[in-house]
Design a protein around this ligand. Structure first.
Ligand SMILES: Cc1cc2nc3c(=O)[nH]c(=O)nc-3n(C[C@H](O)[C@H](O)[C@H](O)COP(=O)(O)O)c2cc1C
Length: 337
């Protein structure tokens, strides 16, 4: 491997215990033992998505993943999960290598509990002050995720997050995510100081991903502009922004909001009831699309890098391509200078 690239990989690879500092971002319903083990076996770092799992399912999934790889992997825990404390216990019992906290910011006690058992922790940072707070809590690494990413997103692009937060964080490795589909851009983030990256959308159409063929096909057909952020029609409803490929369901979501707003404004329902009705709309919708293949009525969570997904291919090919593109880019630049 190119010597300079190897140096750029060192911090992140060392932290993850992986050949390449490329994390397979956890994707609910998709990141289970097959995709996670394939990612780690390909030299990246797979992460189980525990968002839809109870403690027994998570335990089984960790055991299944360990049976398919000897390489390290992580578990992504959504902090709003009703059984979050039990899921933390499972990660401790099963001695996972790393826990990635998502959907909020972990408490000091949750980080310390894992650290005391020598399990590394990671979480997302959306501002410099949150990053500093999490570092003070003892988190071992951070992820900056731009709103180009698929799924639940923050409001800021990765381009701005790397300017605003990355240069200010020296204490822990910082990984970047959102819109990363090729190695050239990955290299640039490493050169700016990132320890590595996290990709999600690019892995959905891997052979090893259990996503339904209909889900994979719509990814292959879609352009970046088809991946849009959910629209909130009224400030009274706390709709968490989600980036997904537009379909009949996103259209229906707008109609549903209009219907509920009308009911609320004519005092036929309370604000709480209206909020519940809006929140209820997407319940179970990712599973509907990913597992059942209902691409009209389900949620097609996908990042803008969906335009770089061209075919179904093995995970090791996707990861090697990204590494090769980074290597060709740096070698060409060295040749020119
Ligand atoms: C279908 C889908 C489901 C996702 N589910 C989760 C999740 O459960 N937890 C999480 O932290 N991130 C989730 N993400 C975000 C990914 O882990 C990753 O950070 C993101 O996909 C990176 O950006 P990219 O899509 O541009 O590659 C999901 C993304 C997608 C596309």
């Amino acid at each position: 491997m190119n010597k300079k690239l190897k140096q750029l990989f060192f911090k992140g690879s060392n932290f993850l215990g992986a050949e390449f500092p490329i994390m397979g971002g956890a994707m609910t319903w998709i990141s289970e033992s097959n995709l996670v083990s394939a990612t780690s076996n390909a030299g990246g770092f797979g992460v189980i998505a525990a968002g839809s799992m109870d403690k027994d399912k998570l335990e089984k999934e960790i055991i299944a993943t360990k049976s398919k790889t000897r390489k390290p992997f992580g578990v992504n825990l959504i902090l709003l999960h009703p059984e979050i404390e039990d899921l933390i216990e499972v990660c401790i019992e099963k001695k996972v290598d790393l826990v990635v906290f998502a959907g909020g910011f972990p408490k000091l006690r949750q980080i310390q509990k894992l650290k005391n058992k020598k399990i590394k922790t990671m979480c997302f940072a959306t501002t410099v002050s949150i990053a500093q707070k999490m570092i003070n809590y003892g988190v071992d690494a951070l992820i900056l995720e731009g709103n180009e990413a698929g799924g639940h997103i923050g409001p800021v692009s990765i381009n701005v997050l790397v300017q605003e937060i990355l240069p200010k964080i020296m204490e822990v490795p910082v990984f970047v995510a959102g819109g990363i589909g090729r190695g050239e851009i990955f290299l640039k983030y490493l050169e700016l100081g990132a320890a590595g990256c996290q990709i999600g959308t690019r892995l959905v159409c891997s052979n090893e991903s259990i996503a339904h063929n209909n889900f994979k096909e719509i990814f292959i057909k879609s352009e970046a502009r088809n991946s849009q952020v959910s629209v909130r029609l009224d400030k009274r409803f706390p709709v968490i922004p989600v980036r997904a490929i537009e379909n009949k369901a996103s259209e229906k979501f707008l109609q549903e909001q209009k219907r509920v707003i009308k009911l609320l404004d004519t005092s036929n329902i309370s604000l709480k009831e209206a909020q519940l009705q809006i929140e209820h709309f997407w319940a179970g919708s990712l599973k509907k699309a990913v597992i059942d293949g209902d691409i009209d009525n389900g949620s097609l969570m996908a990042g803008q890098s969906v335009s770089l997904v061209k075919k179904i291919q093995p995970v090791n090919e996707i990861i090697s391509e990204i590494v090769k593109q980074a290597e060709e880019q740096i070698t060409n630049e060295q040749r020119i200078s």
